[in-house]
Write a protein that binds this ligand. Structure first.
Ligand SMILES: [Zn+2]
Length: 252
């Protein structure tokens, strides 16, 4: 969108040199709809599951203590771990609240979708380790030494696994290279995304909507298209030459 809107609404930023410049707009804004997509794609019965790359807090450290002496020790090491992780570019918080039990803290951070929790109690300290719990399941000790490297690798693993699972889930609800009878059946039953060749005619589109309640969601970019076939491409509905592969679904 260039600087048109910035000039119309005087949206400026301070440059490195200290002057003011109009911002450059793109048209693909991050909206509440995108946040909704994130919640629905990755969340589970315990709440949000935030992919590490998007998580405002990637790691939470929960120190565990009973006595005042233990409190001093675990908070000291907890603070050290935080600064190590900070230094490695990881977004990390220490939950030092003394008004809540550790279990309640775990529950709260889980609901917020924080990908990784580090539990640090006196016994862990003695063993030179933390307990590392993944939001996506699984808990294992990790040595305090070189912890940042392990945390980084674990966050990458979680990111990759969430992405793969989301993609698999999408494909499990997708039918590609759909024929007219398959399309009707698909929309009558579970529904999902149907990829099919389309002639582009408004009449054809209206007929499909009227008979199946499905409408075109989008025309996919090359990286999302189905693998090409040898046969001449014809509209999955009317059989006339196709102009594009379209993705159909029912809105609800
Ligand atoms: Zn058609």
């Amino acid at each position: 969108l260039g600087q048109n809107f910035a000039k119309a609404f005087t949206v400026q930023y301070q440059t490195a040199a200290g002057g003011l410049e109009y911002v450059w707009n793109t048209s693909w804004g991050v909206t509440t709809r995108m946040i909704g997509g994130l919640v629905m794609s990755h969340g589970d019965d315990h709440g949000l599951v935030c992919p590490p790359r998007l998580a405002p807090v990637q790691v939470v450290i929960v120190p565990i203590w009973k006595s005042e002496e233990e409190r001093g020790q675990v908070l000291g090491v907890g603070g050290q771990v935080k600064s190590d992780l900070d230094g490695a570019g990881i977004r990390v918080e220490v939950d030092t609240r003394d008004t809540m039990k550790p279990g309640a803290k775990y529950f709260e951070w889980e609901a917020k979708g924080v990908p990784l929790r580090l539990e640090l109690g006196p016994r862990d300290l003695a063993a030179g380790q933390v307990m590392m719990a993944r939001r996506t399941g699984g808990k294992a000790p990790a040595k305090l030494e070189a912890l940042a490297t392990v945390v980084k690798a674990t966050l990458d693993e979680i990111q990759t696994a969430l992405f793969r699972a989301a993609k698999e889930r999408r494909e499990a609800h997708t039918i590609r290279g759909v024929t007219k009878p398959q399309f009707i059946e698909f929309m009558k039953n579970a529904g999902g995304f149907a990829y099919g060749e389309f002639c582009g005619s408004p009449e054809c589109e209206a007929e499909i909507k009227q008979q199946t309640a499905a409408t075109v969601r989008l025309l996919p970019d090359p990286e999302f298209r189905s693998p090409p076939k040898e046969a001449p491409k014809t509209c999955m509905w009317c059989g006339r030459p196709s102009v594009a592969e379209a993705v159909w679904a029912q809105a609800y």
